[in-house]
Design a protein. Structure first.
Length: 560
């Protein structure tokens, strides 16, 4: 029966003319029996350069066992990763978003080249996750996604800590609120082992989103990396891809407009990373689904914020797992009529059918995921802003007052490094609006995350006394009045390019407005006088992607 599922691999295994290909396959140990089975690619982002991925070879080994048990032949291959947490605040962070594109391209390239019939993708660090799914959509062959899992929190002075605490401690140290010895002790205890950053930061947000989309097994997103259940789930993922192959279920059958609306709902309800906006827009573009910032705003307006998750809340992903994982959130939303229960998933069943099969005590998890009748905020945690400073939109994650109206003085910086130095040198004061520009998809290039700056501001105790806005983006660990993805970006001549030091800027959350307080005539004159700066890079990968990236409002995807 399995030979009938060789929809692509038969091209390299059948017929006298394919003898050379079969000879090479035999050199890797394949038998006559193997050559009659479906070929399944196992895309593994394992790497020694980040704790998010350092353990993924063990995951891949279990996936391959599952593939073999279900009657397929697994072929493991690798792709790159970039550690956001390690490269944060350096030139290296510019490579992060670029890595999403390289991951997608490399998985697509290898899978087409080797004629795989199905695919399992294994991802850990932030850009691995959307990059893997982007490739699956392009290929549109039966695919199961498996997440490498979250790290456990560390312990410091008797309480749980994570990487967010270390970044914010840098700001505390600069203000004299922490000694160097305390900073080192925190550094040495915050990350106790393998897994992706602990809070509802970008990796855990995207794992939540991908499970909600239906591309991973129910309940798998929250399992910690070092939990033994992770290996058994990975083995099941290997089996499941053969099921999808037999049933003819492909990514584009799963990734419908309803699935994307479910994913946005889960993101804004759990208080996920603003990076989910970029990545969902990118995934939708690959799937041919019309999705825009307006969809995020529409859904956020009608969806309550329920998840008491870090960076603004109390809990981390392993805590969510202990209370029922992502199904705890999804059951709560489904019961409130906020999800499309008929959306298809990799189980071959609908989202609603999957959730009915999972027994959970919803009330036992209400400290972590609240009831829709008792939300943290009545609307979702994601806010989309417009105005003369962001004609194409900007994004903010609500971690403080939903009624904030802030009018402040622009402090303008043309790079992240310059802004970070000003913060560390105590040159930023309450009432300032820190403007960081030329850090967008093209201007950076690569749209660096700004956690080093945002954490330093938070660590210095500014809270909502200082606003930051940028055409770059933020880590999922960012909290405070931080506005990212300002579009059009400065490199494209967006209004952020002509903000002057000392200008007045208003952030109006209730009105969803971001306004540069100058006349329309003055703004037009400044824009006409603007001159595009000399490119920061003229050769190599950064120069290439500076030419290829589209706007953040379109997902910062690359042009074909």
């Amino acid at each position: 029966m399995n030979s009938k599922l060789k929809h692509r691999s038969r091209e390299i295994t059948e017929g006298p003319e394919r003898a050379p290909a079969r000879a090479m396959l035999r050199a890797m140990g394949l038998t006559d029996e193997d050559l009659e089975k479906p070929f399944i690619g196992v895309a593994n982002t394992a790497s020694d350069i980040t704790p998010c991925n350092v353990h993924l070879d063990k995951v891949a080994a279990e996936v391959k066992k599952g593939v073999r048990e279900a009657g397929g032949v697994p072929f493991e291959f690798g792709t790159i990763t970039v550690s956001d947490g390690i490269s944060m605040g350096t030139e290296g962070m510019k490579a992060s978003l670029i890595s999403r594109e390289i991951i997608a391209d490399s998985i697509e390239c290898a899978s087409i080249g080797e004629r795989f019939d199905g695919l399992v993708t294994i991802a850990g660090c932030d850009k691995n996750l959307p990059g893997s799914v982007m490739a699956a959509i392009r290929l549109n062959i039966p695919t199961v996604f498996i997440y490498g899992g979250t790290i456990y929190p560390g312990k410091f002075e008797g309480h749980d800590v994570n990487i967010q605490d270390v970044f914010e401690a840098v700001g505390k140290f600069a203000r004299g609120k922490m000694t160097l010895a305390e900073l080192r002790a925190l550094e040495c205890s915050a990350c106790p082992g393998a897994g992706s950053c602990a809070g509802m930061f970008t990796a855990n947000t995207m794992a939540t989103v991908i499970e909600t989309l239906g591309m991973s097994l129910p309940g798998s997103a929250s399992i910690p990396a070092e939990d033994p259940r992770h290996l058994s789930t990975s083995r099941q993922a290997g089996k499941q891809v053969l099921f999808l192959l037999e049933k003819g279920i492909r990514p584009r059958d799963i990734l419908t407009k309803k699935a994307f609306e479910n994913a946005i709902t889960a993101d804004v309800a759990i208080g996920g990373s603003t990076n989910a906006v970029l990545h969902l827009l990118a995934l939708a573009k690959e799937a041919g689904i019309k999705l825009s910032l307006d969809d995020f705003e529409r859904i956020s307006r009608k969806t309550p914020h329920l998840g008491d998750m870090k960076p603004a809340g109390r809990f981390v992903m392993s805590d969510l797992d202990a209370k029922g994982g992502v199904p705890l959130l999804l059951k709560t939303l489904l019961e409130a009529g906020l999800l499309h229960g008929d959306a298809l998933t990799v189980t071959g069943k609908t989202l609603e059918e999957n959730l009915k099969a999972i027994r959970l005590d919803l009330e036992a998890g209400r400290d972590l995921v609240r009831s829709t009748k008792n939300p943290i905020h009545p609307e979702g945690a994601l806010v989309v802003l417009h105005g003369n400073l962001a004609p194409d939109g900007a994004v903010l994650k609500l971690t403080g007052s939903k009624d904030l109206v802030f009018n402040g003085t622009a402090r303008v910086f043309d790079s992240e490094e310059a802004a970070f130095k000003a913060v560390q040198d105590k040159k930023i004061k309450p009432g300032d609006v820190v403007v960081i520009r030329y850090e967008g998809p093209r201007g950076g290039p690569g749209m660096r995350e700004m956690l080093a700056v945002t954490a330093a501001i938070a660590g210095q105790g500014f809270g909502e006394k200082v606003v930051l806005l940028t055409d770059g983006r933020f880590s999922g660990a960012t909290r405070g009045a931080m506005v990212g993805h300002v579009s059009p970006e400065a490199e494209e001549g967006g209004p952020i390019a002509v903000v002057n030091e000392g200008d007045r800027i208003t952030l109006d959350l209730p009105g969803r407005k971001l306004t540069l307080e100058i006349s329309e005539k003055e703004l037009s004159q400044r824009l006409r006088a603007w001159i595009r700066p000399v490119p920061r890079y003229t050769t190599g990968i950064f120069a290439k992607y500076a030419r290829l990236f589209t706007s953040a409002s379109q997902g910062a995807v690359t042009t074909a």
